[in-house]
Design a protein around this ligand. Structure first.
Ligand code: NDP
Length: 386
């Protein structure tokens, strides 16, 4: 029987919801490109309910306990005395979401001799030290595609929000004011601007597709080029590197995983190559950008705005400079955890557990590390140092 240790974010401050703003979710059975949405044998939750917080338990308790397994759910994940550290030594499976990551460092992996499976309920497994997972034979899986479109929608929202100066203008209303000049002195149209994405995978391509109708000029850089037909359809300009692309762009969006190739990419040098007054949207991972270089670029005017939902560490400390730097549109890490996304990644987590507990192969597209090496999606999108 397996012990499953699940780390989730805290319930809402006013308690776990008993009612919801809407009664249902649209039915989505396939992602763009044809991959099916998760196909677990059954579900013990109502899609559209809050699953990602502690009381939601990703809808897993009934299924696991009926089969005789143990489920421990906690939000307490930092420090030697944390519930996570206390429960880890005999855990077989760890589940966490990138929004509230249980950092599986080499030390923690070494302290968990039973650990065989680390599941990311969502996408992005950089909170797991992949080198250590490879070395210790830990399988790492994530629910590929489950929230890619959710993030793409957030990127579009943040792009428009920065370019049009939405948040400061909303603040004027909240403050009881009406000074239009204060609102519009930094407000532009997106139409005609050059927008580039660093990486055109599931999220990056979804962003390009969603922005194309705004009559913008689209650019991308990626390790692999998109099919020619897609480039033609969307009028894409390909660049060999981010350094080649950013001088041409008014808006840059980052949609690459965090791995050795992308860590620290947006430092002083790359930011210095951007057009004065460009906007940078990073919903990928905070460490792809240099924290203080972003702050400096906003203060100097190199960047006209920065937005995203990813921070390091998470939760971000109260004095994190990205909370107070000028012209930012940051949110906590929420873009991939809409109720719509939660329904998909909770179902995908259950599908991964059903396969693993029954000794069946996990869907190849969900695998990041398996059998002591990068595997499946991981072999395509990530790199390790060993
Ligand atoms: P995909 O794997 O579909 O796409 C990632 C793309 O990044 C691939 O096309 C890959 O290239 C490309 N890439 C990798 N390294 C580089 C590099 N050095 N330079 C340029 N491109 C590179 O993943 P998704 O689009 O679904 O997700 C992307 C990332 O977004 C995730 O890894 C995660 O970190 C983040 N994310 C954030 C969420 C949030 O809530 N904020 C939620 C979900 C994801 P190729 O495959 O061609 O080699």
């Amino acid at each position: 029987m397996a012990k499953v240790l699940c780390v989730l974010y805290d319930d809402p401050t006013d308690g776990y919801p008993t009612t919801y703003a809407r009664d249902d979710l649209p039915a989505i059975n396939r992602y763009p490109g044809g991959q099916s949405t998760p196909t677990p044998e059954a579900l013990d939750f109502t899609p559209g309910h809050l699953l990602g917080s502690v009381s939601g338990e990703l809808g897993l308790r009934g299924f696991l306990e009926k089969a005789g397994h143990t489920l421990v759910v906690t939000s307490d994940k930092e420090g030697a005395g944390s519930v996570f550290d206390r429960e880890l030594p005999d855990a077989d499976v760890v589940i966490s979401q990138p929004f509230w990551p249980a950092y599986l460092t080499p030390e923690r992996i070494a302290a968990a001799p039973n650990l065989k499976l680390a599941v990311t309920a969502g996408i992005g497994s950089d909170h797991v030290d992949l080198d250590a997972a490879v070395a210790h034979g830990v399988t790492v899986a994530e629910v590929t595609y489950s929230n890619s479109v959710s993030v793409a929608e957030h990127v579009v929202m943040m792009t428009l929000s920065l370019v049009r100066n939405y948040l400061p203008s909303h603040q004027v209303v909240l403050d009881g004011g009406w000074n239009i000049a204060d609102c519009v002195a930094r407000s532009y149209d997106l139409e005609g601007m050059h927008v580039g994405t660093v990486a055109a995978g599931r999220i990056g391509l979804a962003v390009l597709r969603r922005l194309a109708p705004f009559d913008v000029r689209l650019h991308y850089t990626d390790r692999h080029r998109l099919p020619e037909a897609v480039e033609r359809e969307l009028g894409l300009t390909f660049h060999e590197s981010a350094a080649d692309m950013v001088p041409h762009c008014d808006v840059v969006t980052v949609n690459a995983p965090l791995h050795p190739e992308t860590e620290g990419l947006f430092g002083d040098e790359l930011l210095g190559r951007m057009k004065r007054g460009a906007y940078l949207i990073n919903t990928a991972r905070a460490k792809i950008a240099d924290r203080d270089a972003v702050d400096r670029a906003l203060r100097s005017g190199r960047l006209a705005g920065y937005a995203g939902d990813v921070w390091y560490p998470q939760p971000a400390p109260a004095d994190h400079p990205w909370r107070t730097m000028p012209h930012h549109g940051m949110t906590p890490h929420i873009s991939g955890s809409s109720l719509s996304a939660q329904a998909r990644y909770a179902a995908g987590t259950r599908e991964i557990l059903e396969s693993w507990l029954a000794g069946r192969p996990i869907r190849d597209e969900y695998l990041i590390v398996d059998g002591g090496a990068l595997a499946g999606t991981g072999a395509h999108s990530y790199s390790v140092t060993r």
